[in-house]
Ligand binder design. Sequence first.
Ligand code: AMP
Ligand code: MG
Length: 708
Amino acid sequence: MTFDQVIVLDWSAAGTPKLGKDSIWIGHATAAGVTAENIATRRRAETRLATLIDAALSVNHRLLLAADFAFGAPKGFTQTLTGQPNALALWDWLATRITDTDKNATNYRTIAAEMNAQFAGHGPFWGNGQKYETPGLPRTKPAHPLGLAEHRTAEQVGHEGGLRPKTLWQLAGAGAVGAQSLTGIPMLHRLRARHADKTAIWPLEPTEAAAVVIAEAYLSLLGDEVRAATAQGMIQDEAQTRLHAQAFLTLAKNGNLAVLMAPDHPAETLLAEGWYLGAGQAATVRAGLHTLTPPRLRNDCFAMPQGVAWTQVDDALDRLRATLHPVTQIEATPLAAALGRVLAADVTAQRANPPHANSAVDGYGFAHAATGAGVCQLPLAQGRAAAGQPFAGAVPHGQAVRVLTGAILPQGVDTVVLEEDCAISPTAIAFDGPLKPRANTRSKGEDLPQGAPALAKGHKLRAPDLALLAATGTTTVQTYRRLRVGVLSTGDEIVSRNAQPHEIYDANRPMLLALAAGWGFDAIDLGHACDAPAAIRNHLNHGAKTADVILTSGGASAGDEDHVSRLLAAEGHLSSWRIAMKPGRPLALAVWQGTPVLGLPGNPVAALTCALIFARPTLFALAGAGWQTPQRFPLPAAFSKSKKAGRREYLRARLNADGHAEVFASEGSGRISGLSWATGLVELPDGAAEISPGTAVQYLPYSGFGLN
Ligand code: AMP
Ligand code: MG
């Protein structure tokens, strides 16, 4: 569902032609950019829209025209008025009755009164900004109109994040939108008729084959972005039409408009009431303004304040936390492909869970009011209710009906008795009362009501989250693109096969690639570079093109053979953070051609510790998943150690048979077997510590680092 152009129309029902605020605005987004124009009368706006449509068609462009008024009424209204259920019947009805002039003089109030007259008692429309009376059109809101909802389903779904779409019924007063629909629908009806075979009204008609798709928008969706533009002096209506046009065009290009055009609601509802693009999906619309490449980290982002000699671990983490922001774009991801992905927008329940009140057990359902204390005998109604097989009709008061677990409670049933608690004959059941009202039932939305927050932006999706999203009707989520993590090993002595006596096998690269992949990132093997600036430069250049962040190991200190830090210092905006931590040496942080580089120590023990303590939160922040603090809990030590003040220490540790933390026999940072022996780390504090068996120490399990 792609479009080459998007027009967003802010339609006004003002009686006096005017320009500026609260008049007609047309925002127009094309590949060339976004423009906006302001038009004083509805007639002239209609002519202008016709011209823009013709221009798009003449160059074979597909055009989305989104207008900011309701295309339909709450369910039941159109049926009563026209004898047909669907909103298009209302379009036809209005098109032959509403008049308008080139001075904005329209008869919509009289027509609203005429519609009111079709309803028993007073009709739904109210509000009159004129001095003169229109008989049949009350000035103030009457008591709730019989049998008609105040809002359409889309507006109910759209009640999110402080948004309160207005009702069609209100024709005057602050923020009233009804008059826009009454004057706007006939106008769009005429525009559609000009190219009837090429135009479709969404969601009232199939749109696949249409070159011009006319849809409804709600221009309050991008509230924050519009406020930012008005703070710069732009008129609100102009900002709304520009920003929505821009967002819809971007979403059309990246495939996400299809998400907005496939609301998970019955076709019957969409056809009867219409729908607006982005109802309950404000975050998706908003993503249309933010799918541009996110800003890269600044070159000086890792710079330490002047005069810092040694940095404590927590200060270093705080600095990183304050510096980092997500660097990956946002994309729509189907649920089936979303495991491990990071949400780029909050997700709300599209559907209540459970969607209807249902039975929690196999038993018999009835109206609680018909029962009491003591033995209750109820005749059995014909039929039964099972999961997926709803009971047709209503259960008469005082009767019971067979219900099975998961069945929607039939009309007339609010309480269920367990079959084990019943005496059962072919025609009746009996049980010992009293039962609590609604016993053995689950109420609609008791888990999550429709529109409730389901998962927050930044959450990394796990299997149970997929269950939650699926159950609440979400089929596609906005996620950050997977972070691409490049891994490079350095050192003349490092090889991957056939080691000569003076060579050693590359242990860090498989470890770091596995860590990145296990964290849900795209792990990119950048290979190995020997200790020569040209070789390292080549590998970093390649990494900067293919990865969002690069992890190197080796050569990161300040010695003669520390070629990585030398090159990064000369050409890559290096900041060497001298971190008061063992194992670990300076943490080399740099930006190479816009891509952050973390230079980890070469010793595998130090490389893993620094990766867990520093690289993990860094990568998660860059990936959009926010800052991660590892899980930790106190355990009695199974060892003794006298630790001096000054730096934090991490020991390879695991739980012994008593559940106490034992540590690896050697603290040597080349002892890879200890990494493999361990199931976590013991963290000893920055200050001095005397540890003997039984002293409480902090244990950080590997699993809390997402390491399995
Ligand atoms: P460096 O940080 O380059 O001085 O390396 C420190 C120690 O770690 C040296 O003994 C290196 O041989 C060793 N080392 C560096 N990179 C790796 C690697 N990828 N795999 C195993 N050991 C390494
Ligand atoms: Mg080296």
